[in-house]
Structure formats: C-alpha cells, structure tokens
Design a protein around this ligand. Structure first.
Ligand code: ZN
Ligand code: ZN
Length: 313
C-alpha cells in the first residue's frame, strides 16, 4: 500500500521517514541521497552522500574540502539499501551523472525524477524509463503553454551573421551541451570559454564525454568583431556585459523572461516541457503523481479522474 507520507517536504528538503534519509537536501544532513550536482540539489557538508561517481566528482570539484563526509558511489542500475529502503539510480538524461532515484518499500515503488529531460543530449546518458507506483516529478515547466523547440534548430541560429556572439549559460551541464552542439551544428564557429566554465568542462572529458574543440577566453581574440567566435560565459558575467558592443548576445534557457533584451533567442532547456512530462508519465504508468518544483495544477486538470496528483512543496 502506498504510504502518503513516504516522502515529505521539510525545511531541509525532501525527507524519507522510513529510510531516515533526505533527497537533495537544501542543508547539510546525516544521510543525503543526491540526484545530480546542480547547486539547488547538491549542497556541501553532508555526512554521508549517496550519489553517482560523476555527481560526486562534480561536488568535489566545486566544494573542495567542504564537499562532504563519506561518498557512497553507485552506477545506474545498481541497488543498495538505506534503513530497509531499497534504492537504485537510473539515468535522468539531465546532465552528466544525473539520476532518477527509485525507492522500494513494502513492495511499493516510488520514483523521484530529480531534474530530467527526454531530448537528446550527447553529453550525458539518455533517460531510462522505469515503471513505478508513485511518480515524484519535477514540474518546473508543467504547463501546456510550454513547448521547447527543436534544440538543433535553435543552435543553428548561431550560424547567422559574421558577428561574434556572447553566449550566457549555466556552467554545469548546459555549457557542455552547447559546446558539443556548436561543434556539431555550427562548424565555422569557434568556442571560447570563460575561466569559470573550464574546470567543469575538463571534468566532463575525463569522464569520456566528447565535446570537440574549444579554447580559453583570450581578450585579443574577441577584439576583431567578425571572427566567428562564440564566447560562453556564466549568468553573472553575461549580465555584467549588458552594454557589450560588436557582439550578438544570447542566453540559452527554456525561460522566456531570460530571452528578452537579447539579440538572439535561444530556447534550449535541460528540463522537460509539457509534452515530455506527459510522455514520461505514460512510460512510468504511476497510480499516483506527487509534484515538486512547480504547482502541478495543469497536470491535475489534465489527469482529472485518472491519476490523483498532489504537490509536495
Ligand atoms: Zn538540474
Ligand atoms: Zn533543479
């Protein structure tokens, strides 16, 4: 029988009472099961961390000595147990090392998606579909109005014009996906990386991810405005360059409000849009859906009288 309080939202993050562990805690805890290394899912200084090797390596690169106490590493498909709850990571297709967390307890399967996407992305493992009784899904873009365009068509926008491009991006995951996409689909473009994006990019290559050529930013290179460079910078740097001249500005994101005031609109997201959430639900075949990150209201209306849906936070 499904326990309605198997996972609850607390001020430290999602808590599994039966297993006495937290999922993607917001503050350091004793037992932390971590879906992926983005800052809003992986905080430093947990005592025991359960994660994939890639997630652990990224956390160690970012947080150094504060990364946490003991790291327990598991590959996709490998089961382990915490206080009687059987746990298994499955690829989430979101970024390198990202995992869905499947939990089994009293014969019931609870699947926490973490962040996930169905779009193809050669810089991480594709998503694995798992059937479960309860689907705990992120609902960031759970709105029928949100339809991500084809990412290849989006990246091809960078082929226009001879002008250099200033491209704002998150440093982890999105940046590496963009490097690879630019190299695959914009062959005359040359990628320059902000120094904050370099270490995490090298780490991807250490894990065998093929990205193609890129080079560290060099002020001299961007001086000539028509050199076909794409200079990739993290969000804060991007915002500080709002007056940059002789470049086209673009910011890669699924959010409309991050596209305003830019020269090019680049809708590339590492989260599922409405159609892909529905596809995911069809694959998982849950009897209940619990939502996190977003209100799940549209899902509730869509599945009315079919699947009970509740928002966890
Ligand atoms: Zn994420
Ligand atoms: Zn997230």
């Amino acid at each position: 029988m499904i326990r309605p309080d198997f996972i609850t939202a607390t001020d430290k993050g999602l808590f599994c009472r039966a297993g006495n562990f937290y999922i993607d805690p917001q503050q350091a805890v004793h037992l932390a099961v971590i879906s992926h290394a983005h800052g809003d899912h992986a905080c430093p200084e947990n005592e025991q961390i359960f994660a994939t090797a890639e997630t652990a390596a990224i956390m160690q690169l970012r947080y150094k000595k504060r990364a946490g106490g003991k790291f327990n590493l598991f590959i996709y498909g490998e089961s382990f147990e915490i206080n009687g709850v059987k746990i298994c990571f499955h690829s989430a297709g979101h970024i390198l090392g990202s995992a869905q967390i499947l939990m089994e307890y009293e014969g019931v399967k609870y699947l926490y998606t973490g962040d996930y996407k169905l779009q193809e992305d050669p810089t991480c493992e594709p998503i694995t579909f798992i059937e479960a009784d309860v689907l705990i899904t992120e609902s960031t873009f759970a709105d029928p109005q949100v339809k991500h365009p084809d990412p290849v068509e989006e990246i091809k926008k960078l082929n226009a014009g001879p002008q250099n491009i200033l491209l704002g991006t998150y440093s982890l995951g999105k940046a590496q996906r963009l490097i690879r996409m630019i190299n695959d689909h914009c062959p005359q473009r040359k990628v320059l990386l902000h120094h904050q994006i370099l270490p995490i990019t090298k780490l991807h290559e250490q894990f065998g991810v093929q990205l193609g050529p890129y080079q560290p930013y060099d002020r001299k290179l961007m001086k000539n405005p028509d050199q076909n460079y794409v200079y990739m910078v993290p969000p804060l740097t991007f915002n500080s360059y709002f007056k940059a001249i002789n470049v086209s500005r673009a910011f890669a994101s699924g959010w409309k409000n991050l596209q305003t005031n830019n020269d090019l609109q680049l809708f590339i997201s590492d989260h599922v849009d409405w159609d892909d959430i529905i596809k995911m639900i069809e694959q998982v075949k849950p009897t209940e859906i619990w939502t996190v990150h977003g209100n799940g209201l549209h899902l509730k209306n869509y599945f009315i009288n079919q699947i009970p849906i509740k928002a966890l936070n």
